[in-house]
Ligand binder design. Structure first.
Ligand code: ACO
Length: 437
């Protein structure tokens, strides 16, 4: 059922000799918005908002985010509580269905995940043709869009049918994990390890990644737990760049696989999900240069240098990212469990401490984001840097599915097509090349 915001009043906009009365809407957490849908028809005006810094593209009841106070809730549940007490599969169900599963629903969902974990053998052949150095995000996106050629689409008119929705959701969740592990195996030239029916979601992934016919892999409960926490913390983040991409592509009524593949491409960017790989490379660079943290901070502050301090700053968080707080603690727990002392953690802690005392970062309210500590955990688990964003994609998938579903069910469903303010040449006429000198 789609929930709409309540109309709580009006706002007046004066332009020339016209006064336009616009509705003001309020969401369930008190967030207010001026509804400008009639603005163009009434005044001929459009709105200009680079990067959609203050534009709500939809009404949504999935995730609540208050960047001023560092609050993040999925379907009303604080993310810290879910990270501490729940598992990724349960959170995926919560996001897609809008409620926590009962025992029967959870078992059925898990059974479907197991049933759909294999890839069609013809699809496994695709991996052979990618070059060795292919970035796993490119493979991931291409393989996800290819799923649409092997498996049926989720029909819009059957979205409300629980079985139909669960089969497609679990198929994507389960196969994305298998594709991710296979792309890693391909990159290191090892044979694929197939999913096992006796292992849970995260344990299964770890086994596909790190075991081999000659080398069994011991799944440490702390590592499995850390992976659950990381995936939960990444599971949704309202209308971020990749989720907006999924909604935008889906608004052309393309299928879910194609929409998610587009979201994977958006996530790849270093300003978005790709930042976790950049963070690790930045920390490694600091280590190599003898641990000079101050130098990278000076570079980040230098407006002539395009360098940014990766893992800091966020479009909506103007305080500590609540996810970063949980990840920082998980990072310490994992390093203790795998009995590793990573020098990058010491560098990260020092960098954070200095940033939190530096006027440049304080004035701009730049705090560590979700990507700052996640890479150190992945590294401790044995996941290479170019797979970090793939891990993010696995985590974000339930959010993409939930947001795609919600957008398709929105009674105001429209193809997304922003306006622009044209600044090019006025009308001019073609002159043949022989007459142009
Ligand atoms: N290092 C140095 N300066 C920064 C940083 C940073 N990481 N982030 C923002 N700033 C500065 C900008 O230079 C700008 O300064 P100015 O006002 O003097 O020009 C000011 O802070 C505001 O920055 P914007 O780029 O306008 O903020 P925006 O909301 O558009 O960008 C973004 C947010 C892209 C996340 C940015 O903070 C950034 O590039 N961070 C580093 C990359 C990163 O960690 N991305 C992951 C984000 S979390 C995620 O997507 C999962």
């Amino acid at each position: 059922m789609f929930t709409t915001a309540a109309k709580i009043g009006t706002a007046e906009l004066r332009y020339g000799d016209k006064t336009l009365t616009l509705p003001v809407l309020e969401g369930t957490e008190g967030e207010r918005a001026i509804d400008i849908r009639t603005l163009r028809d009434e005044t001929g005006l459009t709105t200009l908002d680079y990067g959609f810094k203050n534009t709500a593209s939809c009404q949504s009841s999935i995730t609540y985010l208050d960047g001023e106070h560092g609050i993040l809730r999925y379907r009303g549940y604080p993310v810290e509580e879910l990270a501490a007490k729940s598992r990724f599969v349960e959170v995926a169900y919560l996001l897609v269905h809008g409620k926590l599963p009962d025992r029967g629903e959870r078992d059925r969902f898990s059974a479907l995940l197991t049933r759909h974990s294999m890839l069609h053998e013809d699809m496994t052949q695709f991996f052979k043709n990618y070059p060795e150095h292919a970035h796993p995000m490119a493979i991931l996106s291409a393989m996800v869009v290819s799923l649409s050629t092997f498996y049926p689409e989720l029909a819009r008119e059957r979205l409300h049918e629980e079985e139909e929705l669960d089969v497609t959701t679990t198929r994507l969740l389960s196969k994305l994990r298998t594709i991710a592990a296979f792309s890693y195996k391909k990159s290191i030239g090892e044979p694929f390890v197939y999913p096992r029916h006796d292992l849970k979601y995260c344990a299964n992934f770890l086994n596909m990644m790190f075991s081999s016919p000659v080398r069994p892999y011991e799944i440490k409960p702390e590592v499995e737990r850390a992976m659950n926490v990381l995936l939960i913390l990444h599971a949704d983040h309202e209308q971020n760049c990749s989720t907006s991409t999924v909604r935008l592509v889906g608004s052309a009524k393309v299928n879910l696989y194609a929409s998610v593949a587009a979201g994977i491409c958006a996530l790849w960017g270093p300003l978005h999900g790709g930042a976790n790989q950049e963070v690790l490379e930045m920390l490694e660079g600091i280590l190599k240069s003898g641990g000079d943290v101050k130098r990278v901070m000076e570079r980040a502050k230098d407006k002539k240098d395009p360098f940014r301090l990766y893992g800091f700053g966020h479009r909506v968080y103007k305080t500590y990212d609540p996810r970063a707080r949980v990840i920082k603690q998980t990072c310490k727990d994992v390093l203790a469990a795998v009995k590793t002392q990573d020098p990058l953690l010491a560098i990260a802690l020092e960098l954070e401490e200095r940033v939190l005392q530096d006027d440049y970062f304080l004035e701009r309210r730049l705090y560590p984001n979700v990507d700052f500590y996640s890479g150190i955990i992945y590294r401790a688990i044995g996941i290479p840097a170019n797979m970090f964003t793939v891990m993010f994609a696995i985590g974000r998938l339930p959010g993409w599915i939930a947001q795609w579903k919600e957008s398709q069910e929105d009674p105001e469903f429209k193809i997304q097509r922003p306006r622009q303010v044209y600044t090019g040449p006025r009308e001019q006429h073609y002159v043949p090349i022989s007459m142009r000198d």
